[in-house]
Design a protein around this ligand. Structure first.
Ligand code: DLL
Length: 435
């Protein structure tokens, strides 16, 4: 079985990768300077010219782009080529403000498909596989991205999109799907539905899942692997950079290899913007090295993670990023303490609860409150009221240990928390309503 989709890149020496990046960056900066007025103005303001960028060592000289820039330049201000050369757009859902619209030329789509094909092969996929794509299709990049990768590998591709969960399982059984691609929260829901339909992992042929688009914990990974009888692989990406496939996990399951021939990654201090050395935790910044439609340079993702060039047992030399445990703007500050929803998820699953939960933050009489609603399984629900309140207390204690502040835990009846077919909504911050 082929282990790599493009071994010449995936296993190139670090020097070769660096040489490719240097060459592409110099070309891309020149191109952007000449063609994207918005970015040229930022460079002029900073007093940088394309001649100042001779290799990736000079990248720190370039200005950053932020989500605010994307909003200001919406929709065409950061376009890198004539609109007539573009063949597709994708967009973010725009729940946190104006949506981001990204443009793709035919070449951009080809390279994006390659990135997703690398991810599918790394998850053990081949042209023998039947790949069920249950990410949403449409403006969201998940469906079309994995779809393109799956076809490139030569898998039989099932463009299911998300939702209609029982039908997903019927197709899975009838067509013998071997790979599923969807968000981790939807994978958990599919696992739950499988059980409710009276089926077990032995009744389906899935062997691998490629899950991303939202933060998920190692505990959740184990839960999904068990409920579907598969190996679960992480995949990362963002609309601004292209979509899924910016980075992907291999069999080592210890972080995601970044497709460095297309995306140059940096970790910066989110406060000062200073580039941090390898191994430091900070904000991930990406430069599109060869994107034509939407060539963003030094885009601040707000995702917090760590990079590592440590040798990987899979043989790939591409740098690895750790699982991002949320965006800097997902971080809740409750009574002055930083809390990531993923920390609470880790505790819940470790304590034997389901990944169906909702965190509600509010401010009452100037005091922040933290309520965690956790759904019980039907077996857990049959406990007595006394047991349930004892369990609420012990779960609250476990959460204090992890995050340092006391929540009010509510163990609620099965099926009372809304299931996710795409990106799960884990937090309701009511304080924002009062502001
Ligand atoms: O979520 C692209 C995607 C689709 C990735 C399918 C993987 C699979 P956006 O909707 O623009 O694009 O959201 C991008 O989602 O900045 C991260 O905060 C988060 N994210 C994406 N993948 C992961 C992951 C798609 N594997 C934003 N782990 C990113 C944690 C992730 N967070």
């Amino acid at each position: 079985m082929t282990k790599f989709f493009q071994p010449e890149i995936e296993t190139a020496s670090r020097e070769e990768i660096r040489a490719i990046q240097n060459e592409k960056l110099v070309k891309q900066v020149k191109h952007v300077y000449e063609n994207v007025k918005y970015y040229r103005d930022l460079m002029d303001e900073k007093g940088v010219t394309p001649d100042d960028i001779k290799s990736v060592d000079d990248i720190y000289k370039l200005p950053f782009l932020t989500k605010a820039d994307l909003r200001e330049a919406y929709p065409y201000g950061l376009l890198g080529t004539d609109l007539k050369n573009c063949v597709r757009i994708h967009a973010t859902s725009g729940t946190t403000g104006k949506r981001v619209v990204a443009f793709y030329t035919q070449n951009d789509i080809e390279l994006w498909d390659d990135c997703c094909a690398r991810a599918i092969i790394a998850a053990g996929g081949s042209s023998e596989d039947i790949c069920q794509v249950a990410y949403g299709y449409g403006l969201f990049t998940g469906g079309m991205g994995l779809h393109g990768g799956s076809q490139k590998v030569g898998c039989l591709t099932l463009p299911m999109s998300s939702g209609n969960t029982e039908r997903q399982i019927e197709f899975m059984q009838d067509l013998h799907s071997t790979i599923i691609c969807c968000t981790p929260s939807y994978a958990a829901y599919i696992g739950e539905t499988l059980k409710e339909m009276g089926l077990t992992p032995d009744d389906i042929d899935l062997k691998a899942g490629i899950f991303g688009a939202e933060p998920w914990t190692e505990e959740m990974r184990r839960d999904i692997e068990k409920s579907l009888g598969i190996k679960a692989y992480d995949i990362y990406g963002l609309t601004e950079s292209t979509g899924p496939g910016v980075a992907f996990e291999c069999e080592a399951q210890t972080g995601m290899h970044i497709n460095e021939d297309h995306f140059y990654a940096e970790i910066i201090d989110p406060e000062t913007g200073e580039v941090l050395p390898e191994g430091s935790k900070g904000e991930l910044v990406f430069t599109n090295l060869d994107k034509e439609g939407f060539p963003l340079l030094r885009y601040r993702t707000r995702d917090i993670c760590v990079l590592s060039t440590e040798k990987c047992s899979c043989g790939r030399t591409l740098i690895k990023m750790a699982k991002p445990m949320g965006r800097s703007d997902d971080m809740l500050i409750i009574r002055g303490v930083n809390v990531f929803p993923s920390q609470i998820e880790t505790v819940l699953i470790k304590e034997g609860y389901s990944p169906n939960y909702l965190i509600e933050v509010d401010r009452i009489k100037n005091n922040d409150t933290l309520d965690v609603y956790v759904e019980l399984s039907p077996e857990q629900f049959s406990d007595t009221v006394k047991d349930i309140s004892k369990n609420e207390k012990s779960l609250a204690d476990a959460i204090i240990q992890m995050v340092g502040i006391k929540p009010k835990v509510h163990l609620v009846a099965p099926k009372t928390i809304k299931r996710s077919e795409g990106k799960a909504v884990r937090v309701i911050d009511k304080r924002k309503l009062h502001d």
